[in-house]
Design a protein. Structure first.
Length: 489
């Protein structure tokens, strides 16, 4: 059975991914032969209309209303592909039936999504959820040629994956739109393979930009469109009238699982960053600002004397991180990043994440009523993603604990609060003293023998020479709550 990849959000907050492939033409849009002569004099060349935003206008004649998307589709469609993935899944059967039918082995499960060729060498961008867990990948072009593919990058945080088609043939590629050119109301086309019926083109407009309340990826920042997107469209293209890719279709909001005219696409800014990382770095390293941001609500705006809610408030700074090095302060309000307005905290994180490590990003901030510009370096999170581990030994209640020191890099890797510091329990040996006293992985050691714990050496220093100690006061944090005990040996 073939499964169609799609992220759907129902009324109960269930998002469906929409796999969709699109073509991206670069030639100017032409009119039908029957109307070409009639409208040629009154319609500017498409290359001119796209070069200057001032040419955006509502059709003012019947002839203009009869213009066709066919030239755009004709150029763009060859760059949109079907992505077939195969994964091995274990059959789940009631033990009762195993007595009669025997133990059932694994089976192959197929999934269908879409993708977009963005480089003529065979580089394809799609959604991570289309290829996640795949044992085999097969790419089918719209001319029915088939190729094997390999994964260059599959990033769960952005829900994007970059594949390479295994071929020496030059392939049709879709250009990426210039960042920031999409506007609400722009005409767009969505191209993909919904429900496996074959390559399909739907039209609509950009309904909204910077949608951040869409829980499909860690960087929730999407283009919203009413172009029909359905299961099977995930990873497909959302293109403008220039045939350029402005987004990768990823999710829909739906009660039924089908299109209700509310679809979401990952903007080209993030697509470009992930593709560049795949081709140059071989891995996607996310930058870390080192500033805790908070969306400016109406209540916060009133307390700060702002005329309206806008931007993201800096509520905390991590010492030594990029924000600290740039001179950001608690109480600053981030208004724009790289000349793009920031409306909330997710928007600020998205804009910063589209820059590569080693670059710099321009922040416009409001400080004490004055708007100032700050250049913020784009850096990785401090610390090690895989820090050294130490196992506590000896005669003490912590014996058998495996400990690591927290850092922003490690915290991001395991899903902890990036600002959390100190020492955390990674594992507990069964039958050890730590196991007897009920310590669990994830516990953060705050205090031992009434002394604050900041690093593993603090614990080792306190344990040294204490083998005969009977009473051990300790404080830990578990699931955000402080717990204290006086353990007796």
């Amino acid at each position: 059975m073939t499964r169609f990849a799609l992220s759907v959000l129902t009324a109960a907050a269930l998002f469906t991914s929409a796999c969709q492939a699109q073509d991206d033409p670069v030639d100017p849009v032409q009119t039908d032969a029957s109307t070409a002569g009639e409208v040629a004099a009154e319609t500017p060349a498409m290359s001119e209309t796209l070069a200057d935003d001032s040419f955006r206008e509502v059709p003012d004649s019947q002839a203009q209303m009869q213009l066709s998307f066919a030239p755009v589709v004709r150029q763009a469609a060859p760059a949109v592909v079907n992505v077939y993935s195969t994964r091995t899944v274990q059959r789940q059967m009631d033990p009762f039936f195993n007595r009669f039918f025997g133990q059932q082995g694994p089976r192959q499960q197929g999934s269908l999504g879409s993708g977009v060729i963005v480089d003529s060498t065979g580089v394809v961008v799609t959604n991570n959820h289309v290829v996640q867990g795949a044992d085999e990948l097969r790419i089918v072009l719209n001319d029915r040629r088939e190729f094997d593919a390999e994964i260059l990058i599959a990033d769960e945080q952005t829900d994007l994956a970059v594949l390479r088609i295994v071929t020496d043939e030059p392939l049709p590629a879709m250009p990426l739109a210039r960042p920031g050119t999409a506007e609400i109301g722009d005409l767009v086309l969505a191209i993909g393979n919904p429900f496996g019926v074959g390559q399909t083109v739907t039209s609509g407009i950009v309904s909204a930009l910077a949608r951040t309340e869409v829980g499909v990826s860690d960087f929730a920042f999407f283009i919203q469109t009413d172009a029909a997107i359905n299961p099977g469209n995930s990873g497909g293209a959302l293109i403008n009238m220039d045939g350029s890719l402005i987004g990768v279709n990823s999710a829909i909001y739906s009660r039924s699982g089908g299109s209700n005219g509310i679809g979401f696409a990952i903007p080209v800014e993030m697509v470009r960053r992930v593709v560049d990382a795949a081709l140059t770095e071989g891995e996607l390293i996310q930058p870390w600002l080192g500033a805790r941001l908070q969306t400016v609500t109406g209540e916060i705006a009133n307390s700060l004397g702002l005329d309206r809610p806008r931007g993201a408030l800096v509520s905390d700074i991590y010492p030594g991180a990029a924000a600290d090095a740039a001179g950001l302060r608690q109480g600053d309000i981030v208004l724009a990043i790289d000349d793009v307005d920031v409306n909330d905290e997710p928007g600020a994180r998205f804009r910063y994440a589209t820059r590569a490590i080693g670059e710099a990003s321009r922040f416009a901030i409001l400080r004490n009523g004055d708007r100032i510009e700050v250049e913020v370096p784009v850096e990785v999170a401090p610390g090690e993603a895989e820090p050294a581990r130490r196992v506590i030994e000896g005669r003490n209640p912590l014996a058998g604990m495996e400990l690591v020191e927290l850092s922003p890099a490690f915290n991001q890797e395991v899903g902890f609060d990036p600002f959390a510091r100190g020492v955390v329990v990674l594992s507990v040996q069964r039958g050890s003293a730590a196991d007897y006293f009920g310590f669990r992985p994830g516990d953060r050691v705050l205090e031992l023998l009434d002394a604050r714990i900041d690093e593993i050496e603090d614990i080792e220093r306190l344990l040294d020479g204490q083998d005969d100690l009977k009473s051990w006061p300790i404080a830990i944090e578990r699931r955000g709550r402080r717990q204290e005990a006086n353990l007796q040996l």
